[in-house]
Design a binder for this molecule. Structure first.
Ligand SMILES: *Cc1c(COP(=O)(O)O)cnc(C)c1O
Length: 227
C-alpha cells in the first residue's frame, strides 16, 4: 500500500473516532512519526496534506529539517527523549518538545530558549511504567509542572505519554484516561489551561482520540514497517 492509501484509511478512522466521541476533527492533530524515514517519504506524507512531523532524535531531526527548510509550513515536533546536552539544538529546531521530564532539562530549555529569545512550547512526558526510560512518574508530576511555571521561556501546553503495549487497544484505555485526568487535575490545581494531550500511536490512536487526545503520533500505520 502507498503512503497515500494508508493516509486515507487513517484519516477515515480518525474521523470516525471523532464522531463516536462527539469531537470535531480539527481538535485532533495527525502527527507523522517520521523517525528512520527518509525525506522522500516525509514529502509523500506532506503531499497528502500532513503538516506535523515528529522526530525522535535531535541529530536525525536536524538533518531532515535542514533538508526540508523550504517547506515552511511544516511543524516539527521532538517526540523522543531529550538529553540535556542536546537541549540547545532541540530549542533551535523544534516547535514543540514532547519529552520534558526533569528539572535539569527544564533549566536547560529555559536557558537556551532565553538566549534565542524564544518561548519554547513543551509537553511533560508522564511515565506509567517501565516501557519508556523517559518521563516523570505520576507522583512527581505536580512538582515538576509547578517548577516549569517559574520559567518565562518554556511554556508547558499539555502532557504526553507512551503507555505500555497491549495487543488489545481497549486495554490501553485506562492509561489514556489517566493522562487526561492528570491534565485536568493540573488545570484545576494551578488555574491554567493545558490544551494538549499527546497520546495514541498506530495501533491505539482511535481509543486515544475517544479519551481526548489532541495529538496522535502515527508511524508504521502511515509509513509501513520501519527498516
Ligand atoms: C515511533 C514513535 C511513535 C509512532 O509509533 P508507531 O507505533 O510506529 O505508530 C509515536 N511516538 C513515539 C514517541 C515514537 O517514538
Amino acid at each position: 500500500m502507498s503512503i497515500k492509501e494508508r493516509y486515507l484509511q487513517i484519516e477515515e478512522r480518525i474521523q470516525k473516532a471523532c464522531i463516536r466521541s462527539g469531537r470535531k476533527r480539527e481538535e485532533v492533530i495527525l502527527l507523522a512519526a517520521s523517525k528512520t524515514q527518509p525525506v522522500e517519504k516525509i514529502l509523500e506524507a506532506y503531499e497528502c496534506g500532513i503538516r506535523y512531523f515528529g522526530e525522535n532524535r535531535v541529530q536525525e531531526g536536524m538533518e531532515k529539517i535542514d533538508m526540508l527548510k523550504d517547506y515552511k509550513d511544516i511543524h516539527w515536533h521532538l517526540i523522543g527523549g531529550l538529553q540535556t546536552n542536546k537541549a540547545k539544538y532541540a530549542v533551535k529546531y523544534f516547535e514543540m518538545i514532547h519529552s520534558v521530564d526533569r528539572q535539569e532539562l527544564v533549566d536547560e530549555l529555559e536557558k537556551r530558549a532565553s538566549k534565542l529569545g524564544k518561548v519554547q512550547e513543551g509537553l511533560i512526558e508522564v511515565n506509567f511504567g517501565e516501557e519508556s526510560k523517559f518521563g516523570v512518574r505520576e507522583e512527581n508530576l505536580k512538582t515538576l509542572f509547578e517548577y516549569t511555571l517559574t520559567k518565562k521561556h518554556l511554556k508547558i501546553v499539555g502532557l504526553m505519554a507512551i503507555p505500555p503495549y497491549f495487543e488489545n487497544p481497549e486495554d490501553v484505555r485506562p492509561f489514556f484516561r489517566k493522562l487526561r485526568l492528570l491534565k485536568e487535575d493540573l488545570e484545576k490545581s494551578f488555574n491554567v489551561k493545558l490544551p494538549h494531550l499527546s497520546m495514541g500511536m498506530s495501533h491505539d490512536f482511535e481509543v486515544a482520540i475517544e479519551e481526548g487526545a489532541t495529538i496522535v503520533r502515527i508511524g508504521t500505520a502511515l509509513f509501513g514497517e520501519r527498516r
